[in-house]
Design a protein. Structure first.
Length: 115
């Protein structure tokens, strides 16, 4: 009877979401998968699936002249944001990086951030 758990305690976080912010490694001591009832007591964080902005808006070709659109995928240091962070699908990420590089070459976007 003591080892029966409530339905809320039986649920597990999706793969990779059990770790907290800056900790590396895993295991029960770090609040890793299968931590049990006394492992941390933190709320579980469920990460939403990222969707491609271009697929949702049905944009087939990414134009290098649309600076306002492509500049949102360039970080503040001038680097192209990776798809694991932006949520853009692979074919659109390739088009996006080509468009950013073309826009940089004709000075529509800066190569690096202003210091």
């Amino acid at each position: 009877m003591a080892d029966e758990k409530k339905p809320e305690e039986r649920r597990r976080a999706p793969f990779g979401a059990a770790r907290s912010g800056g900790e590396k490694g895993g295991g029960a001591a770090a609040g890793g998968p299968g931590g049990g009832p006394g492992a941390g007591g933190k709320k579980q964080y469920f990460r939403r699936k990222k969707v491609c902005k271009f697929c949702v808006e049905k944009i087939d070709n990414i134009n290098y002249k649309e600076v306002r659109l492509i500049s949102s995928f360039v970080g503040e240091r001038g680097r192209i944001i990776p798809r694991r962070i932006s949520g853009v699908c692979t074919p659109h990420q390739r088009q996006l990086s080509d468009a950013i590089k073309k826009a940089r070459n004709i000075a529509l976007l800066p190569f690096a951030a202003e210091l």
